[in-house]
Design a protein. Structure first.
Length: 252
């Protein structure tokens, strides 16, 4: 099996830190972190407004792979579901703090935290200060945020994300459809959520889990950046269902 990991709004593969390597060591699976169009190594590409265009590109990048598992955070969850619905190679989808049209927009992107985060892209302060403002919205672990602040500021310095790309990503998520359970019968779904996520309501994850009739596992303290706030917890969750295979197939 090969894991494909997808990030969310305005984030890139470098923001996973060392977690992909830890998962490889713990499970024996290969982990490939791909960037979404418009960020990271693809920052010079304009983010499409059509989900099928994004999925097509990701499928082309993974054309030589079989038996894919996808772990996707936030916006990446919409991409992962649409990808899985059109690709029988995808056997598992793991959603982390994701949302869908099942929830009101004000729960999918809470207004005040979203404005605070987006305003940081317009700030004239240093990259370190801008990243500190973003992390203040996304993370509930101040120690972890402080440890990565300089590193993530350097990521932003080397591969800055244009605010227009972020708005295009928001539009992409808003326009995307939600695959039906019948389109996902070949694929298992698992949903993780942070109860104290200040950017995206954990209720969005609950509705996704109900819709696909799969299990929902919640973290009691982490923020939207679950992979940063408690990477060991997420690693243990991945290990547990990788070993047991105890994921409920969508629609079952």
């Amino acid at each position: 099996m090969t894991w494909i990991w997808l990030r969310g709004l305005g984030r890139e593969s470098a923001h996973w830190g060392g977690l992909p390597r830890k998962v490889e060591q713990a499970t024996g699976d290969k982990v490939i972190a791909l960037d979404m169009p418009g960020v990271g190594r693809k920052r010079d590409q304009r983010c499409p407004l059509r989900m099928d265009a994004v999925v097509r590109q990701l499928r082309q990048e993974t054309a030589g792979l079989d038996n894919i598992k996808i772990l996707a955070m936030s916006l990446g969850g919409s991409v992962a579901l649409n990808w899985a619905a059109s690709d029988a190679r995808v056997k598992q989808v793991v959603l982390v703090n994701s949302s869908s049209k099942l929830s009101f927009f004000t729960k999918r992107l809470r207004f005040i935290p979203a404005v605070r985060m987006l305003s940081s892209y317009l700030s004239k302060t240093s990259h370190e200060e801008r990243e500190r403002k973003v992390l203040a919205t996304l993370s509930n672990n101040s120690r972890a945020s402080a440890q990565v602040n300089s590193l993530w500021a350097e990521v932003a310095r080397r591969r800055p994300v244009a605010l227009t790309q972020v708005f295009r990503q928001i539009a992409l998520a808003g326009f995307s459809r939600l695959p039906t359970p019948s389109q996902m019968v070949h694929c298992s779904v698992q949903v993780f959520a942070s109860r104290n996520d200040r950017l995206v309501s954990a209720d969005c994850s609950r509705k996704l889990a109900d819709y696909y009739q799969c299990s929902l596992v919640t973290h009691p303290e982490a923020g939207h950046e679950l992979a940063l706030d408690d990477p060991d917890w997420l690693l243990n969750q991945i290990k547990s269902f990788s070993v047991s295979g105890a994921i409920t197939p969508a629609g079952c």
